[in-house]
Write a protein that binds this ligand. Structure first.
Ligand SMILES: C[C@H](O)CC(=O)C(=O)O
Ligand SMILES: [Mn+2]
Length: 337
């Protein structure tokens, strides 16, 4: 197995889990440790990507550009990345992040919408950025469709394409099929981004590497949307045991996870009924907190809402469906709405 490039997204995927409340001091502390540990890429931005601080996606406590600035100033060796979702972010935010000093932009779309990314890949290359394609909700399409979408992004100038298990819905055979299909179709790197809704984030990430993935994601303590991601410190420990030396210092990661990130978590990230029902139904992890609020407001179950959203194949940007489903379920039960 080749040595993968590791991206830590505690300060982006984890932003969902802390309800977009990261402070400059927290960003400085986490970047310092990840950088000293030798993590090559650190992703920092609103959980929904640049310009994500909105009523729909959740307002940030601090300007993401201030947080990105802190990260760029703190990192000595690590590249700083940001996420970009067309339709949430615009070219001006992409330019601003490049001016601040990010080196990598990860352009994320639903896995059938690659065609809307062309202008942003072109702009990213014009700005001298490494450009990574993020095919979100990759469980929802067969490997052949993902390969077609990935080839489109490659033609636009992408340097790597990720299979993104946004719902944590993939089992290992599904990971293997998708990563292998992209490896066969592309001449650029392939990555994998896991969520842990079925308790498979580590296993799926190792399966992705065995299928040829070149890049993988993790978050300290697994701090990410919903059921969280593959914990970076566990990934490095497992890879060490497999004699795959990422060059990342495990002890520093373990201390950072234990002493900096864990205290930020209001509740530990576990695969509870909410997260399991979400992954089982194939619902986007960043819907979780919105679904919990709607379930409480209308007196219906989280898992009931998740099951219905899964049936409707809700995708990023359709957070408004959460309220519709909650109201319909409450009305069916004869509850006051
Ligand atoms: C915008 C999403 O949070 C990107 C991501 O991390 C995922 O789809 O998973
Ligand atoms: Mn994610």
């Amino acid at each position: 197995m080749k040595i993968p490039r590791l991206t830590d997204t505690t300060l982006r995927d984890g932003d969902h889990a802390v309800s977009h409340s990261y402070t400059p001091e927290q960003v400085r502390a986490i970047v310092k440790e990840l950088d000293e540990a030798g993590v090559p890429v650190i992703e920092v931005s609103h959980g929904a990507g640049l310009n994500g601080s909105t009523i729909q996606q959740g307002f940030s406590t601090h300007s993401e550009f201030d947080l990105i600035q802190v990260a760029v100033e703190t990192a000595q060796q690590a590249k700083i990345a940001s996420l970009f979702v067309p339709g949430i972010g615009t070219s001006s935010e992409l330019r601003k992040a490049a001016e601040i000093g990010i080196s990598v932009i990860r352009i994320a779309v639903h896995c059938t919408e690659a065609d809307v990314t062309e202008q942003y890949f072109r702009l990213a290359k014009e700005l001298g950025l490494e450009a990574v394609g993020f095919l979100m909700m990759s469980h929802s399409q067969p490997a052949s469709v993902l390969a077609e979408q990935a080839k489109l992004m490659e033609s636009y100038g992408a340097d790597c394409i990720y299979v993104v298990d946004s719902a944590g819905a993939l089992v290992q055979s599904g990971v293997r099929e998708r990563v292998s299909a992209l490896k066969d179709a592309l001449s650029i790197d392939v990555g994998f981004h896991a969520h842990n809704n079925l308790g498979l984030a580590i296993g799926n990430t190792i399966t992705a590497l065995e299928a040829g993935a070149d890049q993988i994601d993790g978050t300290l303590r697994g701090l990410g949307a919903g059921a969280g991601n593959a914990p970076t410190e566990i990934l490095v420990a497992v890879l060490n045991k497999m004699n795959v030396d990422t060059g990342v210092n495990l002890a520093i990661l373990m201390d950072a996870a234990e002493e900096i990130v864990a205290p930020l978590m209001k509740t530990p990230i576990v695969v509870d009924r909410d997260n399991l029902s979400s992954g089982y139904a194939g619902v986007y992890n960043s819907f979780l907190l919105h679904v919990r609020h709607a379930a409480e407001k209308f007196g219906v179950g989280v898992s009931e809402i998740m099951e219905e959203l899964g049936k409707r194949n809700a995708v990023a940007g359709q957070e408004d469906w959460i309220l519709d489903v909650a109201v319909e379920l409450a009305e069916k039960k004869g509850l006051k709405v």
